[in-house]
Design a protein around this ligand. Structure first.
Ligand SMILES: Nc1nc2c(ncn2[C@@H]2O[C@H](COP(=O)(O)OP(=O)(O)OP(=O)(O)O)[C@@H](O)[C@H]2O)c(=O)[nH]1
Ligand SMILES: C[C@H](OP(=O)(O)O)C(=O)O
Length: 214
């Protein structure tokens, strides 16, 4: 099997722009990528590709094969899948809460397609046993899209149920989950910029002043 991480650094995480500058978002997405790569490496996944529009945006120390492709997320992944004959794990770069135990469970799945839903209808991880004929359709209701694509091809589906693996970091409230449950360098980065506060029975982030000024 191989794992692939689609990654775009330029102006990443625009939904965090109310709490982070562009430069901070680009640094943050890089930290999250490094956490995901470390998790995969920890579990001995050595066959790792990163598909990115700009190869120079991936740090040299990242142990992965870098594929430069400036087509959009769906086009670059569909081109990638069409060339593969071994099981492929597609894992997003914004999943710093994923642990190797999740990856181990997912790749041990007997189903043809294992889907880890993301919040709000997204797809955080897809494990596809026979990728040649599978096509992805991210954005919008991609969880439903991927279930439908698998069903149309009469492939068996497993939906992997995990709070941490389903928590992608898209919006300010997601940073709260990172502060509460994270362990890696993305959490350290967030901790230098945000505190936690309680309001109306919920924990929220409270940006330190420097973020608002920089
Ligand atoms: N190769 C590639 N990866 C992408 C592209 N767009 C997003 N990604 C990656 O796909 C994953 C999910 O993307 P999003 O959650 O939409 O992240 P984002 O585009 O940085 O965030 P927003 O600007 O808030 O939509 C992340 O790993 C991104 O780095 C793209 O055009 N090409
Ligand atoms: C790429 C997209 O990510 P989201 O916008 O849901 O984080 C998806 O999962 O379809």
């Amino acid at each position: 099997m191989r794992a692939v991480i689609p990654y775009k650094k330029e102006n990443a995480k625009s939904r965090l722009s109310t709490v982070m500058t562009r430069e901070q978002r680009e640094t943050f997405v890089e930290k999250m990528l490094l956490d995901v790569v470390a998790t995969l490496n920890e579990g001995g996944i050595r066959n790792l590709d990163i598909i990115t529009p700009k190869a120079c945006d991936v740090k040299k120390e990242v142990k992965a094969n870098i594929i430069e492709d400036d087509t959009d997320l769906n086009d670059c992944l569909n081109e990638y899948l069409s060339q593969k004959e071994e099981p492929i794990l597609i894992i997003m770069a914004d999943l710093p809460l994923v642990k190797f135990s999740h990856i181990k469970d997912i790749v041990a799945s007997k189903a043809d397609v294992t889907i880890v839903p993301g919040k709000g209808g997204g797809t955080n991880i897809l494990f596809i046993r026979k990728p040649e004929n599978f096509r992805v359709k991210y954005y919008g209701s991609s969880f439903e899209n991927h279930c439908m694509i698998a069903a149309q091809q009469k492939l068996s589906i497993r939906v992997y149920d995990s709070f941490l693996a389903s928590t992608d970091i898209d919006e300010p409230q997601d940073i709260t989950e990172l502060l509460l449950h994270g362990q890696g360098i993305a959490k350290d980065y967030a901790e230098r910029r945000f505190g936690k506060t309680e309001s109306k029975g919920r924990v929220k982030i409270s940006p330190f002043n420097e973020i608002l000024m920089s």
